[in-house]
Design a protein around this ligand. Structure first.
Ligand SMILES: O=C(CO)[C@H](O)[C@H](O)COP(=O)(O)O
Ligand SMILES: [Fe+2]
Length: 215
């Protein structure tokens, strides 16, 4: 069964704790951190992660859409992140950024944009606990799923098997009941879902629906 990480980007930003309580069946909470430079939007920061960590037992999956993320990695670890994802496109020193996350004792993830080939991260695969494949161009919730992500996941899953590696594959952007089975069959372990979960009157049942479709 697929794991589900609701993205709080689509939750009520003024009532996050209340919305987080509506998804108690979630495996992670996905926290999008945007800096207005790497992506054309602003969102949550260190204080949000710190205060969410005090208010929920669900693990926090921090997706850093930040230029030179190594400037803030130790802050997010201290704030209570369980996973940190850093974009391969966001720094000249991606291996250093990943090592900083690992040295902090939490799960290290490399993230890849739709337009970036897998060759950009192949050498990093033995270092990481997770790979996040973007299925939209990052910056906004509620965008349309890019089907080319399915082939990328399949090729990544083949590489994982061929090399005997054990990283989890996560996918982010436009996930719904229409595509969750396809991405799961291609090799996805964790699906991020924002608008599908929180633009509903019953977020909990949306999480359960995604899981149920991959039983
Ligand atoms: O990283 C992101 C955007 O950059 C979000 O996690 C993602 O877009 C989730 O929203 P939705 O499920 O509505 O597409
Ligand atoms: Fe995200």
């Amino acid at each position: 069964m697929i794991k589900v990480a609701p993205s709080i980007l689509s939750a009520d930003a003024a009532n996050l704790v209340a919305d987080v309580k509506k998804v108690s069946g979630a495996d992670y909470l996905h926290v999008d951190v945007m800096d207005g430079q790497f992506v054309p939007n602003l969102s949550f920061g260190i204080a949000t992660v710190r205060d969410l960590a005090k208010n929920t037992k669900t693990k926090l999956d921090v997706h850093m859409m930040v230029a030179e993320p190594e400037r803030f990695i130790s802050d997010f670890i201290e704030a209570g992140a369980s996973v940190i994802g850093v974009h391969v496109e966001s720094t000249n020193h991606i291996a250093r950024a990943i090592q900083m996350i690992k040295d902090g004792g939490i799960r290290a993830e490399v993230v890849v944009n739709p337009g970036t080939p897998l060759t950009a991260l192949e050498d990093l695969l033995p270092m990481v606990d997770q790979v996040l494949v973007m299925s939209v161009n990052p910056g906004f919730g509620g965008q349309k799923f890019l089907p080319m992500a399915i082939d990328k996941v399949q090729r990544l899953s083949n590489l994982r098997q061929a090399r005997g590696l054990e990283f989890d594959i996560e996918i982010d952007g436009g996930i719904s009941e229409e595509n969750v089975k396809d991405v799961y069959d291609a090799g996805v372990d964790i699906a991020v879902a924002g608008s599908y979960v929180f633009n509903s009157k019953d977020p909990e049942s949306q999480v359960e629906k995604l899981k149920g479709l991959t039983k």
